[in-house]
Write a protein that binds this ligand. Structure first.
Ligand SMILES: [Zn+2]
Ligand SMILES: [Zn+2]
Length: 280
C-alpha cells in the first residue's frame, strides 16, 4: 500500500469520470490502510515438503488458515466504518448501526472476518441483513480491512510463490479464485487473485473454473468502448473472467483498480447469460 496507489487512483479518476464516485470511496479508504502496520508471523515449512505440495497443486495457505493480523484488521474495520458512516451515503443509517454493534461487541468483526475468509456466504448475508447493510458492502469493508495484512504476507512469501509455473485455476498463495486476467507483452495469460492480489500464469485456452479446454466452448467478446478490454467466457460452466490485453493498453493501472472500473463488462457478461466468476 503506498502513495503510488493513490496517484494511480487520481489518474484513473481523470481517465474514467464515470467511476469517480466508486474510486473516490476507494481512495479515502486506502489512506486509512496506509496507516496500518500489521504483524504477520508464520512457520516456514520444510522446503522439500513445500516443493512436493506445490507440484501437487496445494496453495501455500488455505483461506481459513492465512496467518493474518486479525486484531489489526478489526481496528481498521472500525476506522473504515467510522469514516464511511460519517459521509452522506444512502446506507449511512446501516453503517451507523454496524458501528454501534462493533463498539459493543468486538467478537462481531472477528465473526465477519472468519465468515469472509471461509467463503461462508450465508453467514455474511445474515450478518449484513441484521444491520440492514448490503452484503457486498460488508464484504468490501472486510476485504479492505484485511488488505494490509494480505499485502505484508504476500511480500514476505513472494520468494515461495511460483508465478510462472503454477498452472492451476486458483491462487498459489491463498487458493482463492481469480477475479481478473491479463495478457502480458508476449500474449501469455496471468490471473489476479480476488483476495490477496497475487498473480500467476494460466494457459489461455482453458477455463480456470471447470478446466474445460475445448476450443469450441471457449470464447471472448471485446468491449466496444475501449481497446484492450475483453471478457473471456466458457460455455460449459457459463462463467467468465474480465481480461486486459497489456499489448494494447497504455500504462495500465493495477488490476485491483481495473476490477472496480470495469463493472460495465460484468453487466455485459451477465446480459449474455454468464455467471459471476466468484463463488459469491
Ligand atoms: Zn490469493
Ligand atoms: Zn468453464
Amino acid at each position: 500500500m503506498s502513495n503510488e496507489l493513490i496517484e494511480q487512483i487520481d489518474r484513473l479518476i481523470q481517465k474514467r469520470p464515470l467511476y469517480k464516485e466508486a474510486l473516490s470511496v476507494y481512495r479515502d479508504l486506502v489512506i486509512f490502510l496506509n496507516e496500518v502496520e500489521p504483524e504477520i508471523t508464520y512457520a516456514v515449512k520444510d522446503e522439500g515438503v513445500h516443493d512436493i505440495k506445490v507440484r501437487e497443486g496445494f496453495p501455500l495457505f488455505s483461506r481459513e488458515d492465512l496467518p493474518l493480523d486479525v486484531e489489526a484488521a478489526s481496528l481498521l474495520f472500525c476506522r473504515l466504518l467510522e469514516h464511511l458512516s460519517s459521509r452522506e451515503r444512502k446506507d449511512k443509517g446501516a453503517l451507523e448501526k454496524a458501528l454501534r454493534r462493533v463498539e459493543t461487541d468486538s467478537q462481531w468483526i472477528t465473526s465477519v472476518i472468519t465468515a469472509f475468509l471461509s467463503n461462508d456466504e450465508t453467514t455474511i448475508v445474515n450478518m449484513a441483513e441484521e444491520m440492514a447493510l448490503e452484503p457486498t458492502v460488508l464484504k468490501f469493508l472486510t476485504h479492505m480491512a484485511l488488505k494490509p495484512s494480505l499485502n505484508t504476507l504476500k511480500e514476505s512469501v513472494s520468494q515461495r510463490i511460483q508465478k510462472d509455473s503454477w498452472n492451476y485455476g486458483y491462487c498459489p498463495l491463498c487458493g482463492s479464485s481469480p477475479d481478473m486476467a491479463y495478457l502480458n507483452e508476449e500474449g501469455k495469460r496471468f490471473f489476479h487473485c480476488e483476495l490477496c492480489d497475487s498473480e500467476w500464469y494460466y494457459p489461455r485456452l482453458k477455463c480456470p473454473f471447470c478446466e474445460n479446454s475445448e476450443p469450441k466452448e471457449l470464447g471472448y467478446f471485446a468491449s466496444e468502448e475501449e481497446e484492450g478490454f475483453r471478457v473471456d467466457f466458457c460455455k460449459k460452466c457459463s462463467r467468465y473472467i474480465k481480461t486486459l490485453d497489456m499489448r494494447v493498453i497504455d500504462s495500465p493501472e493495477p488490476l485491483e483498480l481495473q476490477n472496480l472500473i470495469t463493472l460495465h463488462l460484468d453487466i455485459l457478461a451477465h446480459e449474455q447469460g454468464f455467471k459471476s466468476p466468484h463463488r459469491w
